[in-house]
Write a protein that binds this ligand. Structure first.
Ligand code: FAD
Length: 312
């Protein structure tokens, strides 16, 4: 069986889960295996939606997230299903539990893959390395634990029939105890799923100026991003950081405002389809990566951009 970890927000499967399903189906065809899903929940979970994509859906209620519990849930489903491969969307959380799963199964771990396929009974994949500057080809024999980099793969369609739902009893797992969790207020579209990202850098000058970044993002139906300099200064939350130590985005349109274009920032956004940069320094490195560049002061260019978009 190929087991897919179906990431969700409590109400809906995340787009990245539909990408993981597409990859799982491809492996299933090549390895002659069926596709099962595992839905790990801390409360509400989109069981009805998820069962439309798989033959069998394993569901476990685990309470507040910890990597140990999530790994235990996946391993329990893997034991029941008998797996040749486990496929999950790549995320900050999957990095904490998929390594544990791979170790427990003594399986090869292929993380953040762009493509995956089977050749001569082995699973091959490509992934970026060295800040997205090279693409590596890697392989391992099944069983394999594989994560799918978001925005790399077409979304799976439902099967047209509902799979069987199996409740997974999870034995108590030694784990850290979550004492308190402060949920960040979510506004608008998710950064990693947005088709338009408007990022402000240190050149914005301060947190107040981000009101206009938010306005432009909202007008374009996009999400706000930030550089690490901005996050470190406390102008914006870490959840908005794009780059090597932040999120990787691949929107159709990436607008960088007052962003210098450091390699660590580029690592998180240089696969965007169109990059537009606004910077007062014509030598700023971001212009080497931009499809369109405006040399100017963001405090003049941004209001003009907002007015122009309002007229569209
Ligand atoms: P700056 O480099 O200070 O650039 C500001 C830019 O704004 C300049 O180009 C300037 O010309 C322009 N500007 C100034 N005023 C105006 C104005 N009025 N109008 C127009 N333009 C103006 N960075 C990330 O972003 N993400 C990461 O994940 C990340 N991870 C890192 C990991 C490591 C290990 C390290 C060492 C660094 C990392 N960094 C990361 C930091 C990175 O190296 C840069 O320091 C950072 O990206 C710079 O942010 P910035 O472009 O906002 O600021």
């Amino acid at each position: 069986m190929i087991l897919v970890v179906l990431d969700h927000d409590g109400n809906k499967l995340r787009k990245a889960s539909l990408e993981a399903l597409t990859r799982a189906r491809k492996l299933s065809e090549a390895l002659g295996e069926g596709v099962a899903g595992v839905l790990l929940a801390e409360g509400q979970a989109p069981v009805e939606e998820a069962r439309g994509y798989v033959e069998t859906l394993y569901v476990a209620e685990l309470g507040p997230y910890t990597a140990e519990k999530w790994a235990a849930g996946i391993l329990e489903a893997a034991k029941k299903a008998g797996v040749k491969a486990i496929v999950a969307p790549s995320s900050r959380q999957s990095r904490t539990y998929m390594g544990r799963v791979a170790y427990a199964l003594r399986a090869g771990l292929l993380e953040d893959t762009l493509e995956s396929w089977v050749e001569g009974g082995e699973v091959y994949a490509t992934r970026y390395a060295y800040l997205n500057r090279v693409t590596q080809k890697v392989k391992t024999a099944p069983p394999v634990v594989l994560t799918v980099k978001p925005n790399t793969t077409p979304l799976a369609e439902p099967l047209g029939q509902a799979g069987q739902v199996v409740a997974l009893p999870i034995p108590p797992v030694p784990t850290v105890e979550v004492l308190e969790r402060v949920q960040e207020e979510k506004k608008g579209v998710s950064l990693t799923e947005a088709d338009v990202v408007v990022t402000g850098g240190r050149g914005m000058g301060g947190p107040e100026a981000f009101k206009q970044v938010e306005e432009l993002a909202a007008l374009l139906g996009g999400a706000v991003g930030a550089t690490r300099a901005v996050v470190d200064a406390g102008w914006r939350p870490y959840s908005e950081q794009v780059g090597q130590t932040g999120k990787t985005v691949q929107p159709s349109l990436y607008i960088a405002l007052g962003v210098s274009g450091a390699v660590q920032h580029l690592a998180g956004m240089n696969k965007s389809k169109y990059i537009v940069a606004v910077n007062k320094d014509p030598e700023a490195p971001i212009f080497k990566h931009a499809d369109y560049g405006i040399v100017g002061d963001v405090h003049q260019v941004l209001p003009a951009l907002i007015e122009a978009v309002k007229k569209l």
